[in-house]
Design a protein around this ligand. Sequence first.
Ligand SMILES: Nc1ncnc2c1ncn2[C@@H]1O[C@H](COP(=O)(O)OP(=O)(O)OC[C@H]2O[C@@H]([n+]3cccc(C(=O)O)c3)[C@H](O)[C@@H]2O)[C@@H](O)[C@H]1O
Ligand SMILES: Nc1ncnc2c1ncn2[C@@H]1O[C@H](COP(=O)(O)OP(=O)(O)OP(=O)(O)O)[C@@H](O)[C@H]1O
Ligand SMILES: NC(=O)CC[C@H](N)C(=O)O
Length: 699
Amino acid sequence: MVHYTTVATCTLNQWALDFEGNYQRIRESIQRAKAAKAKLRIGPELEIPGYGCYDHFLESDTVQHSWDVLSRLLEDRTLDDILIDTGMPILHRNTRYNCRVLFLNGKIILIRPKKYLANDGNYREHRWFTMWCQPPEEFPLPRSVSRVTGQKTVPIGDCLVDTLDSCIGVELCEELFTPESPHIAMSLDGAEIIINSSGSHHELRKLRRRVELIREATLKCGGIYLYSNQRGCDGDRLYYDGSGMVLINGQLLAQARQFAIEDIEVTTATVDLSSVRSFRASIMSRSMQAARGKRYPRVRVDFSLSAELATVDYLGAVPTRQMEPQFHTPEEEVNLGPACWLWDYLRRSGQGGYFLPLSGGIDSCATAIIVHSMCRLVVDACKGGDQQAIADVRRCTGSEPPGTPQELAREIFYTAYMGTENSTAETRARARELALAIGSYHVDLRIDTAVAAIVGLFTLLTGLVPQYEVRGGSSRENLALQNIQARLRMLLSYLLAALLPWARQKPKSLLVLASANVDESLRGYFTKYDCSSADLNPIGSISKTDLRKYIEWAGGQMGLPTRGFLDATPSAELVPHAPGFVQTDESEMQMTYAELGEFGRLRKINRCGPFSMFVKLVHLWHKELTPREVGDKVKRFFFYYAVNRHKMTTVTPAYHAETYSPDDNRFDLRPFLYNTGWSWQFRCIDEAVAKIEQISTEE
Ligand SMILES: Nc1ncnc2c1ncn2[C@@H]1O[C@H](COP(=O)(O)OP(=O)(O)OC[C@H]2O[C@@H]([n+]3cccc(C(=O)O)c3)[C@H](O)[C@@H]2O)[C@@H](O)[C@H]1O
Ligand SMILES: Nc1ncnc2c1ncn2[C@@H]1O[C@H](COP(=O)(O)OP(=O)(O)OP(=O)(O)O)[C@@H](O)[C@H]1O
Ligand SMILES: NC(=O)CC[C@H](N)C(=O)O
């Protein structure tokens, strides 16, 4: 026996508080699901207002406008004959919940509030929502909605939905990640289809975890699992990475793309409900648990997801075949995630393109390649007939979409090499060669006159002429002279971003890109308010090591000239060359990028303070370093980290890609006035070193 039904999971590029656009995308996705003959459609978490509204969730307007959008969907009879699941905030008895609303043929069937809220890392749902912990009750509808549906009240709570032929359970994003996930009890009580709507943002390698969790869930419990996620930048540092899925009994049937320019993607699969029954009933241990399991309250709807047996079109209905999950390599993720985020930001900001100070070093090289990747995606989308992308390009450039990424870059991507007397011909040539390969509008200028003017002003004021250390100056003079060059580049970047398009008679100005990476941010090895200060930074949560791997990959995959960048020793090129002296990042930082990567991971991911970091590294590095050397390195790291933490409070908003991100504004909340002596903590390290040394001399 077969009971085929087609189900649809929708991946939407929602934008926080864009009720008009969000409504249009939801409606269009339902229409497309219907056109694919789906009987059940799900969409992302809080898709009506957009997931990333943050404190706007506290405003009654957000709840009110969400009801308005829902009413428009409910009164639209072209959306009949498909069971629809959507998401919005709802105020019940003066308490706000993050809810799913299930409706069919203009009537609300169930409001299912989230039970376990996401509250770690970037998530702060507890700030705006309360977890649902009551048995189901009646929810009195606002009068404006009542007038549309003819219902006075609807059920609110944790219920299953019984159709005439199956049973649906709702699990809400974080609930899947918890040890006591609702899908277990729901499936033991006969929920054959579990629907999960998510607002889940991208982190490198995170998709594997989602797939594992869902596969494990349906492998153990049996059943159909429908997962939906938002996709795109909805107004913040996060990129929601789609990947809607349909699984049955541990097998993946369909998967939406993780990264794409497209605003709407509807992924459908035709599943056989009877294969869930047969799978479950064949596992006797499961059946025993099911027989004595929890009984859920149910709401019943007079609707079938599948055709009656007698009317099944055996040849017409084709069940979807199993497929392998599609995963990108981390390098591909770096290439695609920030690129899509940059495109959303650009088209939504209404600006004319991006400006990047291109130094000939690894970080700005990686940033430029990400913009190139964005151009590739946009050109491909336009060629594929994506009307939204075509309209966005027209709005951004004032002309028709060009045929190659380089042609598009010529319109929307500007790069500048800003050399001084301390720059080298090598970095200058590398910047020019890369710009040529990706097609950016590149300018090459010397800023020595501007540097001399600023120093001259200081001399006029004080009568003193500061000197570089290699020319006999103090370290304070040396630092100040470097910082003038770095900060001037920032000033000039904003000037060029505002006026270069004007000089080319282009209609709009540019957004300025920064390219500081995680390691230099953690160590504070950059000048506050230099080119690290900009409008956006696509690589701010990625480490130098990962960026090196990325540009190596990009060189091979996209044929870009990155070899020279990889072979060069990173240097700020801010001080004059002198016999026997070369300025290099690692010697100035007094630690290597590899060590910084280790410190960064231990500090954030392993939640280590100075002492526990020392204890971990004594073991990890015991082959290369003595305990005393490890202690010194850890102390040096924490000293510089603490001295420079204030720089993270003003750091440019960066794409969140990694769990070791030091972003002070949303993700890594820390003080920025530290006692940099860490006297108690460092004493513990010193005592431990002394103890270890004593033991080893005794042995
Ligand atoms: N707790 C605190 N809260 C708020 N502000 C604090 C502060 N402590 C110092 N400050 C202030 O911070 C400012 C000092 O910071 P800043 O002006 O950035 O200067 P600073 O950190 O002293 O120097 C810049 C650092 O970046 C390195 N650098 C320079 C240029 C390029 C590169 C590269 O990436 O290759 C690296 C350079 O070697 C040096 O280590 C001062 O105004 C100071 O008063
Ligand atoms: N000569 C230059 N021309 C243009 N921009 C520059 C130049 N030197 C530095 N910058 C800008 O300032 C930023 C910080 O400079 P810094 O010397 O610290 O480089 P970095 O952080 O090692 O990055 P990169 O690897 O891109 O050189 C660079 O990423 C770049 O955007
Ligand atoms: N919105 C949510 O509940 C998301 C939480 C979940 N841990 C995730 O990262 O995907």
